[in-house]
Design a protein around this ligand. Structure first.
Ligand SMILES: [Zn+2]
Length: 179
């Protein structure tokens, strides 16, 4: 079972290092374990028994590794998005923004942080995927795009609540789409 660090740990504020090539079997298995963890966390019975919070994304610093890697395990409209990405980069973003109507959550954040996080509605992200075993490009919209941006932020030591407007936490950017 992976141990998840909380946001009081300095690791969560670390800018992670790029993973050097050739990528190691150890990094591949770590990413697969992270995806496996997310999948289990979404099983209500398993989650309750093991006191897990359901998660859709997990970044390496959250398990104590300062490496540019993260996992996504998210289902939307019966489509499963499963990624184990190494050295992800953002290629393009939309002008249009989007936000989760109930705010965001994070496996490393125990306290509730009321407020909305404005993200790009669309992102095009590239990176090496452990499941496809090659460099891939993901074009994501809405929920998936938000999850990718949340995990990408972790690689730079940024947490979701850093984006909440301090003076007006429920402020919505002009034209932003509610997810
Ligand atoms: Zn998080």
């Amino acid at each position: 079972m992976l141990k998840i660090l909380d946001d009081k740990n300095k690791m969560l504020r670390t800018v992670c290092e790029e993973v050097k090539k050739p990528y190691s079997a150890e990094d591949f298995s770590t990413l697969k374990e992270m995806v496996g963890f997310l999948s289990l966390s979404q099983d209500p019975e398993y989650a309750e028994k093991n006191h897990l919070q359901a998660g859709i994304g997990l970044a390496a610093p959250q398990i104590g590794l300062a490496k540019r890697m993260f996992a996504i395990y998210l289902t939307e409209n019966d489509v499963l998005y499963k990624y184990g990405l190494i050295n992800p980069t953002i290629l393009r973003t939309s002008l249009k923004q989007a936000y989760m109507s109930g705010g965001e959550g994070c496996l490393s954040v125990k306290e509730k942080h009321l407020g909305l996080v404005m993200r790009y509605y669309k992102v095009v992200m590239a990176g090496y995927d452990v499941f496809e075993q090659k460099d891939i490009t993901i074009t994501a919209y809405g929920y998936l795009a938000i999850a990718l941006q949340h995990e990408f932020d972790h690689l730079n030591g940024v947490l979701y609540y850093d984006h909440i407007d301090k003076k007006d936490p429920l402020k919505v950017s002009l034209g932003a789409v509610e997810i």
